[in-house]
Design a protein around this ligand. Structure first.
Ligand SMILES: Nc1ncnc2c1ncn2[C@@H]1O[C@H](COP(=O)(O)OP(=O)(O)OP(=O)(O)O)[C@@H](O)[C@H]1O
Length: 347
């Protein structure tokens, strides 16, 4: 947009979700709130099991049958997708919001030619004949860097990298406004990862779709996403402009993630955060990070901190920590492994 007034495309409000496991609820998302603007790229990070995939699946409307959303809204422009009919959701899926998952093998049907799968996806949403759909599939293969004559191959005839390119082609087939990329390159070797990510990067810039990129790779988010959302145990613990959050984290967990990456220009060794995330089948009253946090006090154990502005000068910088105001004094200590050992869980 020409002016600074950005258009909010997707808004997640007060979202809670759980999985039913052996008759018991396992909390997977709690009080998740954020908005994505048109054309924006947001990185979603956090350790395994913190709810990243659940969040993307909730947005896409493809949660597992044992999952339940118990509160909140997922608004695409002004429409709450959680209130939409099954047919409206089906129409919106792939058309407005598309998803690229980490395993291309799961996304492609092994017994159908890849081109036919893309053609079918196009024809199930658009009133076009097979020839027009094939022309679009050809164009998409060119966009993702696969020779179009390979449209008639089966998935097993493709290398892992080519399969992932085909999945990206499929995701972009209907020109969605939002692409949810769930570790889109994790299953590939490093060189192919870079190539695929470069292609995705280029396509995102050219086609200006909004993207939520889920990754364990904080460096990739720093390189490629203007904003970052940090999740821990189903909750957003920090969010804001990527460079600012990474340079000046206000949540101890974000500081831990930051200092866990090897940094050749830094004088410290990468740390590891001792302990493990909590058991989400248990009710947790206080901060979910408290047992691993060197700053935790009894207040943290008893009261869940709200996600609030951590910088008076910037409402977009938000943190869920009772002790965010101490971080400017204490931040440097978080790259000292022995400081982490002072947390309750490890003492
Ligand atoms: N189908 C399911 N049934 C029960 N529990 C589930 C199911 N899928 C996920 N979970 C649980 O929900 C929580 C969030 O999982 P989720 O896959 O969303 O995390 P994640 O951050 O995407 O992890 P990863 O980085 O490993 O993909 C975890 O505790 C996980 O064990």
């Amino acid at each position: 947009m020409a002016n600074n007034q950005k258009e909010v495309l997707l808004e997640i409000k007060n979202l809670d979700a759980h999985y039913n496991v052996d008759g018991q609820p396992v909390s997977a998302l709690q009080d998740v709130n954020f908005a994505i603007q048109k054309g924006e790229r947001v990185g979603l990070v956090g350790e395994s099991g913190c709810g990243k995939s659940t969040l993307l699946k909730a947005i896409m409307g493809v949660l597992a049958p044992n999952a339940q959303i118990t509160r909140g809204a997922i608004k695409l422009r002004e429409v709450d997708l959680l209130q939409a009919s099954q047919e409206q959701r089906r129409q919106s899926r792939w058309n407005d919001i598309a998803m690229i998952t980490q395993s291309a093998l799961n996304a492609l049907n092994p017994v159908h030619k890849i081109g036919d799968q893309i053609i079918e996806a196009i024809q199930s949403h658009r009133d076009v004949d097979k020839q027009q759909a094939r022309a679009r599939a050809t164009e998409l293969f060119e966009l993702v860097g696969v020779p179009p004559q390979r449209l008639d191959d089966f998935p097993h005839q493709f290398s892992g990298g080519m399969r992932q390119r085909a999945v990206i082609a499929m995701a972009l087939a209907l020109s969605p406004e939002i692409v949810l990329a769930d570790e889109p390159t994790t299953a590939l070797d490093v060189i192919v990862q870079d190539q695929i990510f470069e292609r995705l990067d280029l396509l995102q810039k050219e086609q200006a779709f909004s993207m939520i990129l889920v990754t364990h790779d904080l460096a990739l988010v720093v390189e490629s996403c203007s904003r970052i959302i940090v999740m821990y145990a189903g909750m957003i613990v920090e969010k804001g402009p990527t460079h600012e959050v990474v340079r000046r984290p206000f949540h101890p967990y974000t500081a831990g993630l930051r200092y866990a990456i090897p940094d050749p220009s830094a004088e410290y060794e990468p740390i590891s955060i001792p302990g493990a995330p909590p058991d989400l089948s248990q009710q947790i009253k206080g901060c979910r990070f408290a047992p691993r946090c060197p700053l935790a006090t009894s207040k943290c154990e008893l009261e869940m901190p709200p996600l609030v502005s951590s910088l008076a000068s910037d409402a977009a910088r938000q943190t869920r920590c009772h002790h965010a105001d101490q971080m400017d004094q204490l931040r440097d200590r978080f790259h000292d492994q022995s400081f982490w050992q002072t947390a309750k869980t490890t003492s």
